[in-house]
Ligand binder design. Structure first.
Ligand SMILES: NC(=O)c1ccc[n+]([C@@H]2O[C@H](COP(=O)([O-])OP(=O)(O)OC[C@H]3O[C@@H](n4cnc5c(N)ncnc54)[C@H](O)[C@@H]3O)[C@@H](O)[C@H]2O)c1
Length: 265
């Protein structure tokens, strides 16, 4: 993959949590194209296998494992699987996340806990385990966290728990970057805007809204995006591949907004 130049991930090994579909899958495809070995760690093992069949058939080096990121030993499981499959780990993409839309006045503590646990606490402790492995290997590394524009600015009612979790991801990224710089490990985040994924389609499909109401809501959302369209998983995949590469060697603690300009409007 020499045509990727400084962005080549040849000889690098990456893990992407929640990589079976949506944004994570978009990231997996670009990392594999850039030459990386990629492990998908996802609840939905069958989906991960199915969705990456073409990548593997085309010569991409992709492995899959069933993993719940909230497991107490999730980080240790990832490190063990990376060593077993690829001999080590150079790139961690913390992508797994959920975004149930529940107004705070209706919020149950268990739902709030689950959002924080998946989106923030698991991300932090997987970063700890993989970060420690990167330190032990002594060859640096790249950590890319998937935050959200909602970690910087609230987009709609019903996402208070989600926005709190993603605001936490933003500040975790900045502080962990301080700690990991001395080891040559870059820690950055991407803040996506509205991206077409199975997750964003699901609540709409189950919302009980008519097609006209759904179209009107999407039109109103899109009207706030200067580039005039929703993002696609590949829009995030390309930026993640850059942050995982030597192209981003002197960037750390950064939050890269990829939202078609929405936060500017
Ligand atoms: N889609 C958007 O508009 C958007 C915008 C901003 C940020 N994000 C963030 O991007 C990330 C991916 O979002 P998406 O829209 O692609 O989601 P999605 O629901 O389409 O896919 C999420 C993937 O994560 C996996 N997953 C969920 N919980 C898991 C767990 N506990 N352990 C392991 N895997 C788990 C799912 O199986 C699935 O494969 C999330 O962190 C989300 O908050 C999405």
């Amino acid at each position: 993959m020499s045509h990727w130049g400084p962005y080549s991930l040849h000889d690098k090994s990456a893990v992407v949590t929640g990589g079976a579909m949506g944004i994570g899958l978009g990231i997996v495809k670009r990392l594999a194209e850039a030459g990386a070995n990629v492990l998908i760690a996802d609840l939905d093992y069958e989906c991960a296998l199915r969705e990456t069949k073409d990548v593997v058939a085309g010569g991409g080096k992709v492995a899959c494992m069933a993993l719940d990121v909230t497991a107490a030993d999730a980080g240790a499981q990832i490190v063990a699987a990376m060593v077993e499959n690829f001999g080590g780990v150079d790139i961690l993409v913390n992508n797994a996340g959920i975004y149930p839309q529940v107004p705070m006045l209706n919020m149950e503590p268990g739902v709030f806990d689950k959002v924080i646990q998946i989106n923030l606490k698991s991300l932090a402790f997987i970063s700890k385990a993989v970060g420690q492995k990167m330190v032990d290997q002594g060859r640096g590394g790249k950590i890319v966290n998937i935050a959200s524009i909602d970690g910087l600015h609230p987009s709609m009612i019903g996402l208070a728990a989600y926005d709190a979790s993603k605001g936490g991801v933003v500040m975790f990224t900045k502080n962990f970057a301080l700690e990991m710089g001395q080891y040559g490990v870059n820690v950055n985040a991407i803040a996506p805007g509205g991206i077409n994924t199975p997750g964003t389609a699901a609540p709409l499909a189950g919302s009980g809204m008519t097609q006209e109401q759904m179209d009107a809501m999407m039109d109103a959302f899109k009207a706030r995006i200067p580039m005039g369209r929703m993002g696609e998983p590949d829009d995030i995949g390309k930026v993640a591949a850059f942050l995982a590469s030597s192209g981003a060697d002197y960037m750390t603690g950064e939050i890269v907004v990829v939202d078609g300009g929405m936060l500017q409007s």
